[in-house]
Design a protein around this ligand. Sequence first.
Ligand SMILES: [Mg+2]
Length: 191
Amino acid sequence: MAKKCLFIDRDGTLVKEAPPSYRIDSFSKLEFYPMVFQYMYKIAHEFNYELVMVTNQDGLGREEFPFEKFAPVHDFIIKSFENEEIIFSEILMDCTYPQEHKNTRKPGTGLLVHYLNNPEYDIARSFVIGDRVTDMQLAKNLNCKGFWLCNDETLGAAELTDAVKDIQASSVVLTSPHWKDIYTYLKKINH
Ligand SMILES: [Mg+2]
């Protein structure tokens, strides 16, 4: 049976976003997403998905975001999930800026080509989980569906443009700020 994946964003999804810089470059900026361990544990153990982390880390490795400041916190995040028996089979990271227009940057699929057109994987039955519209665009570009972990209270009607509504209609199966809702959805389709 073909393998299915959950392509999971990091910032805003597994851990909280850290405005205004959005760079989690110190432990004081680290806060895990509420209930993420409890429900990721159930998702990892009750269903049969490979867990693949896909994250944009703008400018990582450059002067404004040195790798030495990123790595200790990132390693701590991964270790914390591992300690709860939540293991990512692959961690994919793009370090470019939006203005560089690289296809490796979400919503581009450049980092995921080895899953696409690979008969071992059933991408249509895989999901993207993320907090940004770009994560849901990634789902659309992969031809799978998305769980929009939408936790931005400021996202009002003005941000819900026709383009966003189109993506929501075509590619998003659930919009919720709660990990519990993602688990419940997966349980329903994997009984
Ligand atoms: Mg995010």
